[in-house]
Design a protein around this ligand. Structure first.
Ligand SMILES: *Cc1c(COP(=O)(O)O)cnc(C)c1O
Length: 419
């Protein structure tokens, strides 16, 4: 088959998949720029309808007119738990075990510092060398602060090296379920079970999981979890993150206490008395504007069947791999993600020696993904608003760029601060 036959076959397949797509109508909840194929919803989701209106109302009426009375009148105090309950539905958790608050980095600190005292005789935290750096930085600094023999044990790949790293010194294992570079996805149930068999606690970072596919925190044995509000959950730039504490650990106490986690914040007593349940993981005043945006954004996941979300993100990725491998054959791109969708998150990465310039050329032509050093071009497949036809178009544009070396221009090689 020549290129045009391949393209025709791919387009026909995409058209059929779009016709059969049970999530197709959810795309109406978003207004993406028409000239753009947005494959970066894994880094910053677009605003679902209603978010901008909600922000206008909260800022204009609740803040501007109702002012301080809004804490009661507009129930601002409940935002962390209300938004947490909506996220809980997306990640398979009972609603009372999730709170939306702070950033993912801060939530890593809180849950890890709460987990370690639950295994007081153990001093080791296991994580992956390639974990998202903030998780490692937070962990290193927490363990250094604790002193007392605490150490971080890094492994290359939890899928293959975890068992060898587990022994009776390991207190907790902190893993990001989907590797941010390669998209490799860990099976939460079996990995958590192995961690528990070694007597340790399983802490999951769901930055690239929440909203991308089915997650079952309660059923799959997670002890603690954290995740992002601004990636697949579309909560807006710098949106509040979330944390999860399994019910059996509700008596755990993070090493960061603040008045919002006090049993009676407005008693203003000098001594800390932790709130019951997960509320003790709250610290300061909730970020009302940001939580309001996230709350409305989560309506896009209302009544959704997460199994169909997972099926679509897998199929979008499968189609992209097939399209790139056939259209870009011999053009210097190699798949950096698992081929098998059952062990891949909602993203696909390729390596190319000039990956940065290739991505800049793609963005210039309206195909927006991102680049992760040293050579990874990364494409996210958010299942709520993407169509299969866009996937084939994106692969076609990539193949044209590679074939004509359109990336080989000085302006595409200037590194911006954010890649
Ligand atoms: C995106 C991401 C974060 C981001 O943390 P912030 O505190 O929101 O900056 C953390 N962990 C992982 C695995 C991520 O992918």
């Amino acid at each position: 088959m020549d290129q045009s036959d391949i393209l025709r076959a791919l387009r026909a397949k995409a058209e059929q998949l779009d016709l059969e797509d049970g999530l197709a109508e959810r795309a109406c909840l978003f207004d993406l720029p028409r000239a753009m194929i947005y494959l970066d919803g894994n880094s910053l989701g677009p605003p679902p309808h209603g978010v901008v209106d909600r922000l206008t109302r909260v800022a204009g009426q609740e803040w501007g007119v109702d002012l301080i009375t809004s804490w009661n009148k507009n129930r601002w105090m409940e935002l962390s738990s209300r938004v947490g309950a909506k996220i809980a539905a997306v990640v398979g958790a009972e609603s009372a075990s999730v709170r939306a608050c702070d950033s993912t980095s801060i939530n890593v600190f809180k849950v890890l510092s709460a987990a370690l005292p639950l295994r007081p005789a153990r001093r080791v935290v296991v994580s992956e060398r390639g974990n998202f750096p903030t998780d490692l930085y937070v962990t290193q600094q927490l363990l250094a602060g604790l002193g007392d023999g605490y150490e971080l044990r890094l492994i290359d790949d939890a899928a293959t090296d975890l068992d060898a790293a587990l022994d009776d010194t390991v207190a907790a294992v902190l893993l990001t379920q989907v590797d941010y570079r390669t998209g490799r996805k860990l099976d939460m149930k079996s990995v958590s079970a192995r961690i528990h068999d070694a007597g340790a606690l399983a802490i999951w970072d769901l930055a690239h999981s929440a909203g991308a596919f089915s997650v079952a925190l309660d059923a799959d044995g997670a002890d603690f979890a954290v995740g992002c509000g601004y990636k697949f959950l579309n909560g807006g730039p710098g949106a509040p993150a979330f944390l999860y504490v399994a019910r059996r650990h509700w008596n755990a106490m993070p090493m960061l206490a603040g008045w919002m986690g006090h049993a009676a914040p407005f008693a203003f007593t000098p001594d800390y008395r932790p709130a019951e349940g997960v509320d003790r993981f709250l610290v300061g005043t909730p970020s009302v504007l940001a939580l309001s945006a996230l709350e409305t954004a989560l309506d896009a996941y209302g009544d959704i069947d997460m199994a169909s979300v997972q099926a679509k993100s897998s199929a979008l990725g499968d189609l992209f791999i097939e399209a790139v491998e056939t259209l870009c054959d011999g053009q210097g791109v190699t798949l950096a993600s698992p081929c098998d969708a059952s062990v891949r998150g909602a993203q696909v990465s390729f390596r190319h020696a000039e990956g940065y310039a290739v991505m800049q050329a793609l963005i210039a032509q309206g195909v927006v993904g991102d680049f992760r050093a040293p050579d990874v071009i990364r494409f996210g497949f958010a299942p709520l608003y993407l169509q299969y036809a866009m996937i084939v178009d994106a692969a076609k544009i990539l193949s044209d760029i590679l074939r004509t070396k359109a990336w080989d221009r000085p302006e595409f090689k200037v590194r911006a601060a954010v890649t």
